[in-house]
Design a protein around this ligand. Structure first.
Ligand code: SF4
Length: 355
């Protein structure tokens, strides 16, 4: 007998039945933004645990027991012209984050070998700068992507900032790039509180150029920056509308020296609830828990899968340390999940997930 806890939102609004929404999503249906908001507004432990159980069923139904692992390598660090208030790599703030120019190709290939030895299928080349334009830097990046693809070590992904010119996106695709990370970060409404050197709309346009080039989209955001639950819900539905394939969920790890250094961390149950809400809204997408996992969830880390996550970023983050990969792999295996998902491309289901 499936549980039927009724979720009563804290503010005035309709009461939703979690089980009814869960059954609908399992059956291929969708929840509405108003229903999604009710889920984000859940307060009681009983309701949240019920939500997690349903999110887990949805993950099992659409993603099975496979856990997608990805890693990143910072090909250019620090000194970024943008002023994202969470970021240790912005030149606007004084932080202890490392700075270096474009790394040598050997370092990228070494990172790829390490990723493969850990069972990681995708390696993202990440650069701290405003974006990519036509020219020698784009050509160097493309050479590295080509080499990475030819090495067969990992699927070459990238996160290289904004793209304003369709030709740049097309050139990246031509070099073998399959997937590009470009987070929306938060809701359209809250974005100006996060960054003022570029707009939310510029981020959306970047994603549209990449999609037009035939590149899969990895896009999510950071929770815990001071946004409301409405902002989180809006972000999830914006990602759905854009038809993204992978949804990285980061949780703010406040960095000394950045304007968000004093932000209060989100309670672990609020984080798990948010992952579950994203799973209800984005049932087929790869929901990958990325930055801020260890510091914010502590001993509750393994519950992310129960909350509906189907992917994990392993290895160190850009500016902070993660727990050892071996520990992550053991955690996944102990749950009876399969971290060794050895594929280098996207399945049909991923394509469906973009609908
Ligand atoms: S998040 Fe990216 S664009 Fe923003 S400051 Fe950091 S490196 Fe620059």
């Amino acid at each position: 007998m499936l549980s039927t806890v009724n979720a009563k939102p804290v503010d005035a609004g309709p009461t939703v039945c979690i089980a009814e929404l869960g059954q609908r999503v399992l059956g291929g249906g969708e929840i509405t933004p108003a229903e999604g908001q009710c889920l984000f507004n859940l307060e009681s432990r009983e309701e949240i645990f019920d939500l997690l159980a349903w999110a887990n069923r949805i993950r099992e139904h659409f993603k099975g027991n496979k856990i997608h692992l990805c890693s990143i390598v910072n090909v250019k660090a620090g000194g970024c012209s943008e002023n994202c208030r969470f970021c240790a790599q912005s030149a606007s703030y004084e932080t202890n984050s490392p700075r270096h120019g474009l790394v040598k190709r050997e370092e990228v290939l070494a990172a790829a070998r390490e990723a493969k030895s850990n069972g990681v299928t995708a390696l993202g080349l990440v650069a701290a700068w405003r974006g990519l334009e036509e020219g020698p830097v784009l050509e160097q990046i493309c050479r590295e992507l080509e080499e990475l693809k030819q090495s067969g070590q990992a699927r070459p992904d990238a996160s290289l900032g904004m793209i304003k010119n369709q030709k740049v996106a097309d050139r990246l695709r031509q070099s073998g790039l399959e997937c590009y990370n470009h987070n929306l970060e938060t809701s359209r409404r809250f974005f100006p509180q996060v960054c003022t050197t570029h707009t939310y709309e510029e981020r959306v346009q970047t994603i549209k150029h990449l999609k037009q080039a035939g590149i899969k989209i990895c896009s999510g955001g950071i929770l815990g920056m001071g946004e409301t639950r409405e902002d989180r819900c809006e972000l999830a539905f914006a990602l759905k509308a854009l038809g993204v394939h992978i949804v990285p969920m980061n949780f703010l790890n406040p960095i000394a020296g950045t304007p968000f250094a004093q932000r209060e961390p989100l309670p672990p149950l609020e984080i798990l609830k948010s992952i579950a809400c994203f799973r209800f809204i984005l049932p087929k997408q790869e929901i990958t828990v990325a930055g801020g996992r260890t510091v914010n969830l502590r001993d509750l880390q393994s519950l992310i899968f129960m909350a509906g996550a189907s992917g994990l970023m392993v290895g160190n983050y850009l500016t902070t340390l993660n727990q050892p990969v071996e520990k992550d792999l053991q955690m996944i295996k102990d749950l009876g999940l399969d971290p060794n998902w050895d594929r280098h491309g996207f399945s049909d289901q991923d394509d469906n997930g973009a609908n």
